[in-house]
Design a protein around this ligand. Structure first.
Ligand SMILES: Nc1ccn([C@@H]2O[C@H](COP(=O)(O)OP(=O)(O)OP(=O)(O)O)[C@@H](O)[C@H]2O)c(=O)n1
Ligand SMILES: C[C@](O)(CO)[C@H](O)COP(=O)(O)O
Length: 238
């Protein structure tokens, strides 16, 4: 049987660096919330069987979203760290997803992902590595290693360095095992690919779009609004 496609959206963060009471994924961005934009491209993928959203146990916002009652969504409680939330999302697919099915993991805080880069990532399923990979961007700035006193230690060679974005795409059972392996050993896991790497497998990078920013600080919202407006104008010009 052909492998199915599922999605997990970690959305249980508190947005501490953003620094306002409402978690950043629920802040308004143009006509919707950040979270609804992030879910938008996923909703556009017809073959996606279910989208699991991992929410904070005391989430007071999700149920008021227009899309909250969609039968394509499944809600689970997230955890203390992003990796715990992703693992909880995968556990929500137990009994539904087969081991070799594919899972897209996409941050609720990345509202500007485009259908084009999503399709490039999904095309990995037809490639030879069989493991999956992630959207990423080559580093363009000169990189400095700095000590605790803000003194430059050296310049880091940026060749071969890429910034990890989401979505990331891996096989259901392999990603679950990789996360369990890392969490049980206290290994650092800031994205799915880092769990896959530490589990001994090799993910592939797929070129993402520089507009696919993560909302982290307040100034990112205006940038995201600009990128989404450009995207809408480009789509209506087609
Ligand atoms: N325990 C956590 C922490 C983060 N996330 C989610 O992971 C994504 C990326 O994380 P990040 O930008 O770090 O979000 P926050 O943890 O909310 O931000 P901060 O680190 O500033 O508190 C976000 O969609 C966030 O909601 C999650 O599901 N569960
Ligand atoms: C997964 C991620 O979006 C890749 O850049 C990122 O690692 C998650 O955000 P955090 O700021 O590292 O928690």
């Amino acid at each position: 049987m052909a492998a199915k496609l599922w999605a997990v959206v970690p959305a249980a963060g508190a947005g501490r660096r953003f620094g306002v009471e409402t978690p950043k994924q629920y802040l308004p961005l143009l006509d919707k919330t950040v979270f609804e934009h992030s879910l938008g491209v996923l909703f556009g993928i017809a073959e996606l069987a279910k989208i699991v959203v991992a929410l904070s146990a005391d989430d007071a916002y999700f149920d008021s979203l227009v899309i909250a009652n969609s039968d394509r969504l499944l809600k689970v409680n997230g955890g203390a760290e992003r990796a715990d939330s992703v693992l909880a999302g995968l556990q929500g697919l137990n009994g539904l997803a087969a081991d070799d099915d594919w899972v897209l993991v996409h941050d609720a805080a990345r509202p500007c992902v485009s259908a084009e880069e999503m399709n490039r990532l999904l095309a990995l399923r037809d490639g030879s590595n069989g493991i999956g990979g992630l959207l990423a961007l080559p580093v363009v700035d000169t990189l400095k290693r700095v000590d605790d006193h803000y003194k430059v230690v050296n310049t880091v060679d940026r060749n071969a360095l890429w910034r990890a974005l989401t979505p990331q795409l891996f096989r259901f059972a392999e990603l679950k095992q990789a996360l369990e392996y890392c969490l049980a050993r206290g290994l650092p896991v800031t994205d799915e690919a880092s769990a896959i790497e530490q589990f001994g497998k090799q993910a592939k990078v797929v070129l993402g779009n520089a507009r696919n920013i993560k909302i982290t600080y307040p100034q990112d919202l205006a940038l995201a609004a600009h990128f989404l407006s450009l995207q809408q104008a480009e789509e209506s010009a087609l």
